[in-house]
Design a binder for this molecule. Sequence first.
Ligand code: ADP
Length: 638
Amino acid sequence: MGETILIADDSAEIRKFLEQTVLMPAGYTVYSVGDGMSALTLIRELRPDVVLADQHMPSLKGLDLIRRVKRDLPMLPMILMTAEGSEALAVDAMRAGAVDYLVKPFDAEHLLAAVGRALAAARRGTDVLKAQAEARAGAQSLEHQLHELEALAHIGRTVTAMLDLDQVLTTVVESAVGLTEAEEGSLLLLDEESGELTMRASMNFDDEFARTFRLRVEDSLAGQVIATGQPVILDEGAPQKIKTSYLVHSLLYVPLRARGRTIGVLGVDNRKAGRTLTKEDMTVVMAMADYAAIAIENARLFNRSESERVQLETILAQTEDGVIVVDAENRLLLINRSAAEALEAHEPLVGRSLVETLEHPQVLALLRAPGNAPRREEIELKDGRVVNAQRTPIEGVGQALVMQDITHLKELDRIKSEFVTTVSHDLRSPLTAILGYVELIDRTGPINDQQREFIRRVGSSVEQITALISDLLDLGRIEAGLDSARENTPLTVLARYAVETLRNTADMRKVTLEVNLPEDLPLVNGDPIRLRQMIGNLLDNAVKYTPAGGHVGIEAVAEADQVILRITDTGPGISPADQPYLFDKFFRASNAPDDVSGTGLGLSIVKSIVDSHNGRIWVDSALGKGSRFTVVLPAVAP
Ligand code: ADP
């Protein structure tokens, strides 16, 4: 049988003429097609000995056909036929690799001669030609690889820079198709709930088909890839019916892996014959699949953090507390609705500096305050509300200000102190009257001894009630934080006053006072009246509970940046069981003597005063031996 010749020409007449009148009679086997793409496919399939290609053809022009074929089959002689007959085209034809160039019209003899030459040259297969071709093919394949690498790198960059997942996946599919020169491609994702694969991105598929595409995992080739996690190549040899609806000639499916699982399949295929998919194609498509998997994973993470961000934003926006976050340069990073409303912040907010946005002097001062320590301040707003503003530094961000509306608490506070004042007045006045009249009784006439004793008891009870009321009122005021007067105070001076006040009582009770209060102790920042009260209560207890002949000591020392006050006595001591409750309201120890009156509020007041001065207090005591109360207060830096 003669050599095979393929004719590619869009004119059926010319094909018929060349085939039946010229070439077949000359003993050649002839095939003919009417367009460039079909010619390309057929050439790959048939491997003819000579190709006659017309320049003017649909889908692929003669020159382009020659160029494409030369890439795969550099030794195949190809002749370009053209009606144009320009010199430039002739040069292009030679450059593209055509062995000859025939201008229409040409006669049969001319054509046969050209075919003969082409075949002879091909048959001779001179070493030079072969070597040249091989070199060219080698260079071309290197160039091809280079092109492929460049494309991969480019796609990698593009894909990682894109945020829109659909766009990323479409680019991946298009790149996979482009790099493998396949006809079509698709990216299928597994829907875990339904166990079906859906087409998330595609190229050269009908839109409607892609949109409605559903494939069960169990009965599909793609499903097999999902199940095994292994890629699949089907080639020419065994055309298979996949996806039930159409036939492909070659196909390549690779798994998409994320977080150790196969989440989908990236595939390319050819419906027409003539094009196989290779191991190299598989490597390329797998790289593409990795990009897709990374993009899907990124999108998942992004969506998750985005939804968390939205949730947080909603919470912040809805919360009643005002929240402001600024960076290290005091530029606004976040301000929620509540804060913006309360401070009448100027739009636009985020990104602007504080001074441009807010006017409230206290808020500005609080956020500008030097140092990194958290700070708290009560701030009155223009509308009369009072907020508790807490500034907190945030490492690596800047600082946050949270404002809590405490208007109702302030109001309660006001009501409480009003109540305290009223009660103190309303209760004390009648008591003063009782005491006054009781004292007047013996002036109105003679009274017997029993009456005198009763009058004494009434008087002492009234005094007790008065003391109780004063203690209660004091405690109320101290606990409510109403005594906020602070000045730098010499503790030892206050202590000496307290000692002098008690000296008479001590003498009467035959208790010795031992005083050690140095002049040069550091000052304490506090309310002098309350501090004096605190020392007085402790000394009073010590003198009160220590039996005749005992000793009471008071001493003060400075240690580190603290002033330490110790009040000791040789009294009855306090049992370990009672010690934990000593500072509770109305508590009196089990061994408190009946004849020593008290309200059980003295030490509660002491504790409240020490607490409100950021100090500490504790007791060391042993039954029958005595007690030592220690108060530690922060000293003012000299
Ligand atoms: P009171 O008015 O009863 O003295 P305080 O709160 O001052 O109330 O003291 C609570 C109780 O602690 C006292 O009732 C007493 O039993 C005990 N206490 C306080 N100071 C001493 C002390 N120096 N020695 C022994 N017991 C004391």
